[in-house]
Design a protein around this ligand. Structure first.
Ligand SMILES: *Cc1c(COP(=O)(O)O)cnc(C)c1O
Length: 354
């Protein structure tokens, strides 16, 4: 069986050797030594100042909205994982969907201004598959209308755009370190703030709003454990190797699929992380046919992202024709460290013979 992804795991002994440090101290959570070491490692790797390791990539979106005092309308993308919209709704805000750019699948910055009302407070956009949003145009609009910018960078770990980590843009960027993501800590995530005051607020939010007996604000439990940090400490040094391997697999797909399908275009100024290999079929019928054929060979891609978030039953429908169309026709093909060349060939053969 070939699944859409297979978690990269370090040699078991490597993991237990790191874990033993926490074990020996019997300190397994609450900002332990491994959490602190991982945070420093992540800051060095991403070249950012304010980063907090948290327990998943959803809570950090909620913390971001809360820290920036967003309570009303949030302009957002319909083409993302449901967690992006959920965080907005969970915080009691209203998602305003702006359709996507058909070239990047990220929010179409040219359509943002038309969606701004006197209630708009923020833009929450996703760097889809690690391809950057139009960060410059979004910043210009945000500055003009005094809006906050939050990037859901769940796919962006290891992407460098115009010489900076893609996770360093916006007022706040978040990332997910879930086991299905390119860098993982089993479950986990991080939040990166560009403002010191916001960063400090986030620190309190992560631990119930207090430090020892000093209570500062409301808070939530966004902490992560030494067990999770240990995994991160084992995977982080392997990132260059992981990305190189994924690039190699993506190039094998490019060669095998040729121009049969629409594949991802990687912008010039992006050092890409090869986090996903999405292909867009001419029609949803063709996609469903491909899914069926792959399944017959016990190969499982993932319809990602599907459905378009503006069509969710619990949100007010807003028309986003491009996102609705793409989400019906896009399939992420298997892509992971251990995927063999034979695997890539088998998958590609299923598709080109459709
Ligand atoms: C995975 C993902 C999330 C959620 O991350 P979790 O760590 O699973 O909570 C949020 N947004 C996007 C775009 C994602 O891909």
């Amino acid at each position: 069986m070939i699944n859409v992804t297979k978690t990269y795991l370090p040699p078991f002994e490597e993991y237990t050797a790191v874990l033993k440090r926490a074990w020996d101290k019997a300190w397994i959570t609450n900002n332990g030594e491994l959490v602190q070491e991982l945070e420093q490692g992540l800051k060095d790797y991403l070249k950012v100042n304010n980063l907090l390791f948290c327990n998943n990539g959803t809570i950090v979106l909620q913390m971001a909205l809360k820290a920036l005092s967003i309570t009303k309308e949030v302009i957002t993308t319909p083409f993302s994982y449901v967690a992006t919209t959920n965080a907005i709704l969970w915080e009691g805000c209203q998602p305003i969907f702006v359709d996507i750019d058909p070239a990047t699948f990220c929010i179409d910055a040219d359509k943002i201004e038309a969606a701004i009302t006197e209630k708009t407070q923020a833009i929450l956009a996703t760097h889809v598959y690690g391809i950057p949003c139009d960060v410059e145009k979004i910043k210009t609009i945000a500055d003009k209308y005094n809006l906050k910018v939050i990037y859901d960078g769940a796919h962006a770990f290891g992407c460098t755009y115009k010489g900076k980590s893609l996770l360093s843009y916006g007022d706040i960027s978040t990332c997910s370190f879930h086991a299905t993501k390119i860098f993982h800590t089993v479950e986990g995530g991080c939040i990166i703030a560009n403002n010191e005051v916001v960063a400090r607020q986030l620190l309190f939010f992560r631990q119930f709003g207090h430090i020892y007996d000093d209570y500062f604000s409301i808070g939530i439990n966004g902490k992560n454990s030494e067990m999770h940090a240990a995994m991160g400490l084992c995977v982080l040094p392997k990132m260059a190797e992981i990305i190189k391997k994924r690039k190699d697999i993506a190039e094998q797909y490019n060669g095998a699929l040729g121009s049969f399908l629409r594949c991802l275009e990687i912008p010039e100024e992006l050092e890409y992380n090869y986090s996903y290999y999405p292909v867009v079929f001419d029609s949803d019928e063709l996609l469903l046919k491909a899914v069926e054929r792959l399944r017959h060979h016990e190969i499982y891609g993932r319809r990602y992202f599907y459905p378009s978030l503006n069509t969710l039953p619990f949100v007010k429908y807003q028309n986003c024709p491009i996102s609705e169309d793409i989400s019906k026709r896009v399939l992420c093909l298997p892509l992971y460290f251990e995927l063999s060349s034979e695997g890539v060939k088998k998958i590609s053969d299923c598709i080109i013979s459709l």
